[in-house]
Design a protein around this ligand. Structure first.
Ligand code: FES
Length: 91
């Protein structure tokens, strides 16, 4: 099992209340804290996706400003450090 699969499995095996779908507008993000780890959630197509707020290269927060995780077009998640783009999707 690779590290992404392990991370996904960890998320799936544990149920935590993060926020309500209705708390967010379409493509709005919200920063959250879960057991002292930073994560964020985004609403897309009436689905709520949550990710650890950690760049896969450097481990720094992905966002460039509070609750700003998307590229200028508002389509992809973008790392604040080197600009890598990530598609919002289920694993
Ligand atoms: S430095 Fe964050 S994805 Fe590359």
């Amino acid at each position: 099992m690779d590290s992404n699969s392990q991370a996904a499995k960890t998320v799936i095996e544990n149920d935590f209340f993060l926020c309500l779908l209705s708390d967010l507008e379409e493509m709005q993000t919200i920063e959250l804290t879960l057991e002292e780890r930073q994560l964020f959630a985004i609403r897309q197509d009436n689905q709520l996706y949550a990710y650890w707020n950690s760049c896969p290269h450097m481990g720094i927060p992905l966002n460039w400003m509070p609750e700003k995780f998307l590229d200028l077009d508002g389509i992809f998640l973008q790392c604040s450090s080197h600009g890598a783009l990530f598609q919002i999707s289920r694993w």
